[in-house]
Design a protein around this ligand. Structure first.
Ligand code: 13P
Length: 250
């Protein structure tokens, strides 16, 4: 039985003092959670969040990284730097990075390999645009993004990759995919992984849904056969709201 993994993506929000207040308020609300809880926070909050979350069940992740370990890449942050301060997870290939910062399937693949080399666990985002969906290309797009992202990884690495299916039209729009639609898309990603890496890997890999997840729709989404939790943007910015998503079973 796969575990549920529920991650917050704060995106470009929260100053360090706000992050500290958040975690202090959030920790008692989720300390008995059955799901794994991750907060993916801005670089400037990482160190504070890791310090304050130490010894709790809250894991901390970054939202991006460079694929190189060091070098002349002004303004970038390397996997080695993240690891050195105790980061455990890193989001790779979020649609906002694909859209605004030239992230491609190729850089996503390089970053995933580099994350594993540096002992970081990648949360890899895939998802179709509204136009692609309307053209009936959803399955083609998300299976191809998955295939290219995972190219060259070992079975063990694929098993330890978290995939987040985030339809772009559902991000920050209040429009959630129906649980049936989201579950079917996730099934097609799992099927692709089965074709490439076999039944054992595909039945174990964690695949989340992301896109306007809220306290009011989390349970319905997470109780489907193939959705293993969520990657939550807006609704992760308030500890009360996010704790309800984490504790969706109650
Ligand atoms: P929202 O939950 O705000 O729609 O964002 C989803 C997302 O992009 C998480 O990575």
């Amino acid at each position: 039985m796969r575990r549920k993994v529920i991650a917050g993506n704060w995106k470009m929000n929260m100053l360090p003092n706000e992050a500290i207040d958040y975690i202090q308020a959030f920790e008692p609300m989720v300390k008995n959670a059955k799901s794994e809880v991750i907060l993916c926070v801005p670089y400037t909050d990482l160190f504070y969040c890791i310090s304050i979350a130490q010894g709790t069940n809250i894991k901390i992740g970054a939202q991006n990284m460079h694929f190189a370990e060091s070098g002349a890449y002004t303004g970038e942050v390397s996997p080695k730097m993240l690891k050195s301060i105790g980061v455990e997870y890193v989001i790779i290939g979020h649609s906002e990075r694909r859209q605004y910062y030239n992230e491609t399937d190729e850089t996503v693949n390089k970053k995933i390999k580099s994350a594993f080399e540096n002992d970081l666990k990648p949360i890899v985002c895939v998802g179709e645009t509204l136009e692609e969906r309307e053209q009936g290309k959803t399955e083609e797009i998300i299976t191809s993004q998955t295939r290219l992202a995972l190219e060259g990884l070992s079975k063990e690495q694929v098993k330890n990759t978290i995939i987040a299916y985030e339809p772009i039209w559902a991000i920050g729009t209040g429009k959630t995919a129906t649980s049936e639609d989201a579950n079917n898309s996730i099934k097609s990603i799992r099927e692709e992984i089965k074709k490439l890496y076999g039944e054992e890997v595909s039945s174990e890999v964690i695949i989340q849904y992301g896109g306007s997840v809220k306290a009011s729709n989390a349970k319905e989404l997470f109780e489907t056969s193939d959705i293993d939790g969520g990657l939550v943007g807006g609704a992760s910015l308030k500890p009360e709201e996010f704790s309800k998503i984490v504790n969706y079973e109650e």
